[in-house]
Design a protein around this ligand. Structure first.
Ligand code: PLP
Length: 288
């Protein structure tokens, strides 16, 4: 089922499935729209902590599941941390869920995953019941056109069809999505390889400045900087130098900033700006 971005599919899933008294379980820090979707419906949000690498701790998440749980969301790679759950662990997790719970796998960053990682659509083909969301906003760079999709069992697609707007994804976005899919074999491998090598460059550059970026398979790294005040001060100091990063407070990580991997030249400029910003804001507590 296509949607006006995965963001709108998240809202539709919550609208179709949740009512007050129901629970949505996910990990936190993670993607804000799931939290908002549960809140809008008056459902209860249950959150598990992340694993040390920033991926979903599936054992901790499973412990939250009870009779009132309607939906359990796994964002992998997680946003804002960038780490993914293991394929085998994810399979075991889905198989361990009781029948009254819908597992939703948010694979917004699916295309960035290395070979051998999880593949929600393949899991569905293997007969497992789950919903998978993917988007053209990230690897394909079409965020401004607003187009994503859900792959799910027919009865769930019908339920969302009953609550969605009759006119949803615009014609330009549909054309761009179809063109992207038809060219993905040529477009994506070099793009993903470049992101991976630039992410490596950015991470080692940040480590050389005394920071500790978290491991990521996506097109960003999350950098804990000690405190919320320091995150905001660094954000401001970087803005003054023409660099926009994302303070991660809304994602549940107020002491961190998320840095998008850009082109080589942009990444080099970011590292120079970061050195200046750190000099301005002061050394980090606990920096090595
Ligand atoms: C970006 C993102 C979305 C929303 O994607 P759109 O298709 O742009 O609405 C959903 N989930 C995660 C984890 C994301 O990072």
């Amino acid at each position: 089922m296509p949607g006006n971005g995965v963001d709108s599919i998240i809202k539709l899933l919550c609208l179709a499935l949740l009512e007050p008294g129901d629970e949505l379980a996910m990990a936190w820090p993670s993607f804000i729209s799931w939290r908002q979707g549960a809140g809008v419906m008056g459902a209860t949000l249950r959150t598990a902590p992340l694993a040390a690498d920033g991926s979903y701790d599936l054992d901790a998440l499973l412990e939250l599941v009870g009779p009132a749980t309607k939906m359990v969301v796994v964002v992998s790679p997680n946003n804002p941390t960038g780490a993914a759950v293991g394929a085998a662990a994810l399979e075991r997790f889905i198989d361990a869920l009781p029948d009254h719970v819908l597992p939703v796998l948010d694979e917004a960053y699916f295309e960035y995953l290395p070979a051998g990682s999880h593949d929600g659509v393949a899991l569905m083909r293997s007969g497992r019941r789950l919903a998978v969301t993917r988007t053209f906003s990230k690897a394909f760079g079409l965020a401004g056109l607003r187009v994503g999709y859900m792959v799910a069992p027919p009865e769930l697609v019908r339920m969302l069809g009953a609550v969605r707007n009759a006119f949803d994804v615009n014609a330009v976005a549909q054309a761009a999505a179809v063109a992207s899919l038809s060219q993905s074999d040529e477009l994506l491998p070099p793009r993903m390889a470049e992101i991976a090598s630039e992410r490596h460059m950015v991470s080692s550059g940040l480590r050389a400045l005394g920071l500790e970026p978290m491991p990521s398979t996506a097109n960003f790294v999350l950098v804990p900087v000690g405190s919320a005040d320091r995150a905001e001060a660094l954000n401001q100091a970087l803005l003054r130098r023409g660099i926009i990063v994302r303070p991660a407070g809304p994602f549940g990580a107020p002491d961190a900033i998320r840095i998008t991997i850009g082109l080589a030249q942009e990444n080099a400029e970011m590292l120079v700006a970061m050195a200046g910003a750190l000099g301005e804001v002061g050394a980090l507590p606990g920096a090595r």
